[in-house]
Design a protein around this ligand. Structure first.
Ligand code: PLP
Length: 475
């Protein structure tokens, strides 16, 4: 299996060669040359597998440069009931991503049972083990530099903590994350994890990461890498739980399901799109946005209009607050018939902050075959939906999942089970839960009082030079 760039001007690469990198050299995103297909016989056999064995079968179709026995061991070590241990609502921990039935034909799928209580653990934990394995084989090391407003940074730190040949330098906006999120990250005492609280906003932190990324010499000298949402291995790992959700919600492979996906950077639902392209019987992919509705606008109108920073709002489902969706280019590549020249043309606009409009084109006429629908959810919708789920189904939802359920209810197909992906636990968003329900969300027992633990964090000014020196001294 070779990987090609959506912009068509980079050489095809093997899985391990794109694992540690980010964008392709031509600025595009990597995708498999073609999507592996799943036969009916495979689906029938896979229905009986454990999550780890299912992950092995699916990932084997995308990874041919890690020996099967090694990949099997890496996957088995990743997808354990011990790592994904915060199962709620009476789910079976052995299923790793169990379903909760809300009513007949309506489910949530818990993707947030990992160490940081958000779905990014599903892929990031595998990434940690893959990184360690490949770096060890190659006798290399990496220093991961990232900026986070919450979920990604903590998922990366919990995935990389204690890993050989990996260090993590994570910038976060000083004082702007919730006390729980701060405690999650800053209480880590592992020697390979460095938290830097930047006295500024998230954008200031991200600008520093960009400045470092643009300094090719520094990047090379200090082996700087990233684990951002465009990483192909993260998307690949996320394909697995679509298959698992399908098997859990159906009795036979003649049935179809729909998935509703709370979306920001389009990484999660991109994995659903690929699962469907592989042949998983998905009748519909329901994309849900919050007030930052750039993706909902595209799927309704064909216009993709990245927002200016000033146009992007801070919402109560903050992990979906995006101005443009970094993985969207992968879907666009498929939509335009995998023609890199068209993607280059479209992203020449996007990279200048401008919109493109596919409505009225032959490409847009092909949209129905991709089975996407979309909708948006506001703070008021979110509060209402959290109340509804609690009152009617006795289930406490987090704010992002509530956006997913709100939009899912607008797009159900008769006789087709609808699975809403649960992307975080309510414990992460106490303020909004209190506003909706007048009570505190339950927190896993072993995370009680985490705010009281000693914290390890360096507070620094948003000064790229100073932060480069800090990293250089410790890399
Ligand atoms: C990251 C995240 C999302 C958005 O996922 P994308 O892959 O960026 O679309 C939704 N909900 C939660 C809780 C997240 O952490």
């Amino acid at each position: 299996m070779r990987y090609i760039s959506t912009r068509g001007n980079s050489p095809a690469q093997a899985f391990c060669d794109i694992l540690l990198g980010g964008l392709a050299p031509d600025g595009g995103l990597y995708l498999p040359e073609s999507y592996p297909q799943v036969t009916r016989a495979e689906l029938d056999a896979w229905r009986k597998l454990s999550y780890a064995d299912l992950a092995f079968e699916i990932l084997s179709k995308f990874i041919d440069d890690i020996p099967a026995a090694d990949l099997k061991a890496l996957v088995a070590k990743t997808y354990t009931a011990d790592t994904y241990r915060y199962v709620r609502n009476g789910g079976n921990p052995a299923e790793i991503t169990p379903l909760t039935q809300l009513e007949d034909g309506l489910y949530t799928q818990e993707l947030s049972n990992g160490p940081t209580l958000a779905f990014k653990d599903m892929a990031m934990q595998l990434l940690g083990n893959l990184f360690e394995y490949v770096l060890e084989k190659r006798g290399e090391s990496i220093n991961i530099l990232g900026a986070t407003s919450g979920d990604t940074g903590s998922a990366a730190e919990y995935a990389m903590r204690g890993k050989h040949n990996v260090k993590v330098f994570m910038l976060s906006p000083n004082g702007l994350m919730s006390p729980f999120q701060r405690a999650q990250m800053y209480s880590l005492q592992d020697a390979n994890i460095f938290n830097i609280a930047v006295t500024g906003m998230f954008d200031d932190a991200q600008d520093i990461v960009k400045a470092v990324s643009n300094d090719a010499e520094y990047k090379k000298q200090y082996k700087i890498g990233a684990v951002n949402s465009i990483n192909w291995a993260r998307v690949a790992a996320q394909i697995v739980y679509y298959f698992q959700g399908y098997f859990l919600a159906t009795r036979s492979n003649d049935e179809q399901v729909a998935f509703a996906v709370p979306s920001g950077n389009f990484g999660n639902i991109c994995a659903g799109h690929i699962a469907r392209q592989m042949g998983l019987p998905i009748a519909r992919l329901v994309l849900a946005t919050n007030e930052n509705d750039v993706l909902d606008e595209f799927f309704r109108t064909g216009v993709y209009r990245p927002r200016a920073t000033a146009e992007t709002s801070v919402t109560s489902s903050p992990s979906m607050d995006i101005s443009k969706a970094s993985n969207f280019e992968r879907f666009a590549f498929d939509l335009v018939g995998r023609d890199p020249a068209v993607v280059r043309e479209l992203w020449a606009q996007v990279d200048k902050g401008q919109a493109f409009d596919l409505s009225g084109t032959d490409f847009w006429a092909k949209m129905p075959q991709f089975a996407f629908v979309s909708g948006k959810s506001t703070h008021a919708d979110r509060i209402k939906t959290i109340r509804l789920a609690h009152g009617r189904y006795g289930v406490m939802l987090d704010t992002h999942t509530a956006d997913g359920l709100k939009v899912a209810l607008e797009h159900r197909l008769p006789g087709v089970p609808m699975i809403v992906l649960e992307t975080a636990q309510p414990a992460k968003f106490e303020g909004t839960i209190r506003e909706a329900l007048g009570q505190e969300p339950q927190r896993p027992a072993d995370l009680a009082g985490i705010e009281e633990l000693p914290q390890r964090v360096e507070v620094m000014a948003p000064d790229a030079g100073a932060i480069k020196r800090y990293v250089a001294e410790r890399a």
